[in-house]
Every structure is written in structure tokens, then in C-alpha cells.
Design a protein around this ligand. Structure first.
Ligand SMILES: C[S@@+](CC[C@H](N)C(=O)[O-])C[C@H]1O[C@@H](n2cnc3c(N)ncnc32)[C@H](O)[C@@H]1O
Length: 321
């Protein structure tokens, strides 16, 4: 009964809200693409913080650091998000459930609409387990990720974040503006494609002999195959046994833009899609051969979409060093 009532009210409100929804979507797009381009920072990292803000507001993950950072960034928009999402929020308030969006789905059934929600949950699960035996945490291509500022990390972990200079500068300035304590995070600006990131990381205090968790979320798809292999090898050569990498790898169809529109828009901020894996045949074999070619082993893997019509489109992977 509650569901029927909620859905009926939702349909009416959604129709009335349509003009505001369109304005909201326009503001989100403008801020994410045009302001990011003007600032010379990643727009795809904004896509993710938009999703994590939504997860917080819709009760999928309490994430106060994300909300605080989101509120002050110049390329996000609180009003735009509410214009776009308010009818869905109302639906959630009436029914007590997220019936349409955002939704968490287990890996085999996850579709692209669940990308940020399901991906975030699976990464968190692997990270939580890994932190029990890690002494260092390195976030590679950190963007506006706030895991270093939430309660997932324990006090004894030494924290590092790496990203391109301009994106990292914008984050640092806005963490300060948002009153988020970043004093125990070591920031290392780097371009994985053109620099030796391991030298810079070691210069910032990283210890090769300590067990480390490397988080490489939402980054491999923007790199070339050569840079992905090179980065994996560089981690393997500079990490203690028992360390782990948590990374996501995307399907060839995904990076060719066959599954999502908007591939062209990524050119605006120089974030064209690059590396993908052929998941069409035996998904785990392809992934295994990539990881084993760098002398590491696959641990737990979440094959996203494996039971859907389109098949596996991404794999959240634990890599054991
Ligand atoms: C989709 S965002 C993901 C951000 C973050 N990991 C998260 O999940 O919220 C991709 C990030 O990778 C970074 N990145 C992409 N290519 C890079 C490169 N060659 N060197 C350093 N960082 C890179 C971008 O600047 C951006 O912050």
C-alpha cells in the first residue's frame, strides 16, 4: 500500500518537477564539465563525488566528509542535485525504500545505473578487510574520494593520496575550506603516464617494507594498456609481501562507449577512455592473465553485471602482492 501510494505521488511530483529537473541536470553538467575544464581538473572525479553525495542523502552510505567537501567545491552543485533528485527523495521518504534510483545491487545483477553505489560498497568491503593488516594506505588517482577522512581508516594507518597536480590542489584547498582535517594525509602530485610515481611516493615517506593497501578506483579505464601494466608492475616492485591493490577494470564494450553515451564529452577534460578487458569469453581468465603477467595473484573479484543481458562490464578486483 505504502509503495503504491509512494509511486503514485512520485509520478505526479516527477511530472511537475520536470522543468526543475532539466534545469538541475543542466547546472550539474555545466559545473562538472565547463567549470572543471576551466579549472583544469578531472570532471570524472566530480561524477563520483556526485554519486557518493547521493548515496549519503538516500541513506546508502553515511559519508559526512563527502558531503562537506561536496558543499564547498566550485564544480559541484547542491541545488542542481536537489532539482534533479527531489522526486526520488520524496519517494524514498514515503516508502522507506529506494525503489528507482539510487539502488545498490549485488555484483552479478548490477547494471550501469548501479555503478557508483555498488562499486563503492564492494571497494569498502575489500578495504575494510585489508586495513586489518595494513600499515599504509595509498590512494592512486584519488580525485575527490574521502576515504582518508572517514571512519573506515584506523589512526595507525599512514595515508597517501596521489593525483594530477591541479585536481589535487583543488581538493586540498577545499578540504581546508570544508574544515576537514587532512594533516595526516601525505599528498603526492603525479601523472602516472609521464612520471615515476613510486620515486615521488617514497620521497614523501612511503616505506616499501610496510604492508600497504593500494586503492586504484575508477582510474585504469582512463589509461593506456601500457600504463596500466607499468603501474601494476611498479606497485609490485615497491610493495611488501602481504600488501594488496584494490582496483576496477572495465570491459572493452564499456571503454568503446557501446554501453554508455557521453564518451565524447570526456574529451572536454582530456579524460578519454582507454584500457579495457575482453570480458566476453571467460572473464576471470582475461583478468587473471593481466594480473599474473605482473607476478601478482587475484584475490576476491566482483564481476559486475555477469548475470545481466550485457554480461560483465566491470570487475572490482583484489590483487594480492
Ligand atoms: C573517475 S576519477 C576517480 C576518482 C576517485 N578514485 C574516486 O573513485 O572517487 C579518476 C581520477 O583519476 C585521475 N587520473 C586519471 N589519469 C591520471 C594520470 N595519468 N595520473 C594521475 N591521475 C590520473 C583523475 O585526475 C581523477 O581524479
Amino acid at each position: 500500500m505504502r509503495k503504491i501510494l509512494g509511486l503514485s505521488i512520485y509520478v505526479i511530483v516527477q511530472i511537475l518537477f520536470l522543468p526543475l529537473g532539466v534545469i538541475g541536470a543542466f547546472i550539474i553538467f555545466y559545473k562538472q564539465m565547463y567549470i572543471s575544464k576551466r579549472l583544469g581538473v578531472s570532471s570524472t572525479a566530480i561524477e563520483i563525488i556526485n554519486g557518493r553525495w547521493t548515496m549519503d542523502k538516500f541513506g546508502l552510505k553515511k559519508d559526512s566528509a563527502t558531503v562537506k567537501l561536496f558543499n564547498v567545491l566550485p564544480n559541484t552543485t547542491v541545488i542542481g542535485q536537489w532539482f534533479a533528485l527531489f522526486p526520488l527523495y520524496l519517494l524514498k521518504q514515503i516508502t522507506g525504500e529506494n525503489l528507482i534510483y539510487p539502488i545498490f545491487k549485488e555484483a552479478p545483477d548490477a547494471t550501469l545505473a548501479n555503478l557508483v553505489t555498488s562499486r563503492t560498497v564492494f571497494f569498502d568491503k575489500i578495504l575494510k578487510r585489508s586495513f586489518k593488516k595494513s600499515e599504509q594506505f595509498v590512494v592512486m588517482g584519488a580525485g575527490f574520494d574521502t576515504r582518508c577522512y572517514g571512519n573506515l581508516v584506523k589512526d595507525t594507518l599512514k595515508l597517501y593520496e596521489m593525483d594530477k597536480k591541479q585536481t589535487q590542489e583543488l581538493k586540498k584547498n577545499n578540504l581546508q575550506k570544508a574544515n576537514i582535517d587532512a594533516s595526516n594525509v601525505h599528498f603526492v602530485d603525479v601523472d602516472f603516464s609521464t612520471e615515476s610515481w613510486s620515486e615521488k611516493l617514497i620521497a614523501a615517506g612511503y616505506d616499501k617494507n610496510k604492508t600497504t593497501t593500494f586503492l586504484w578506483e575508477g582510474v585504469t579505464l582512463y589509461l593506456t594498456e601500457k600504463d596500466v601494466s607499468k603501474t601494476l608492475s611498479e606497485i609490485q616492485q615497491n610493495a611488501a609481501t602481504g600488501s594488496i591493490i584494490v582496483a576496477d577494470f572495465y570491459s572493452l564494450d564499456f571503454v568503446k562507449g557501446k554501453l554508455v553515451p557521453g564518451k565524447k564529452a570526456l574529451e572536454m577534460t582530456d579524460e578519454e577512455l582507454g584500457f579495457g578487458i575482453d570480458f566476453e569469453g571467460n572473464s576471470s581468465k582475461e583478468l587473471e592473465s593481466l594480473i599474473e603477467s605482473t607476478n601478482m595473484k587475484l584475490g576476491q573479484v566482483y564481476f559486475m553485471g555477469s548475470k545481466t543481458k550485457k554480461g560483465t562490464w566491470m570487475a572490482v578486483s583484489e590483487i594480492l602482492i
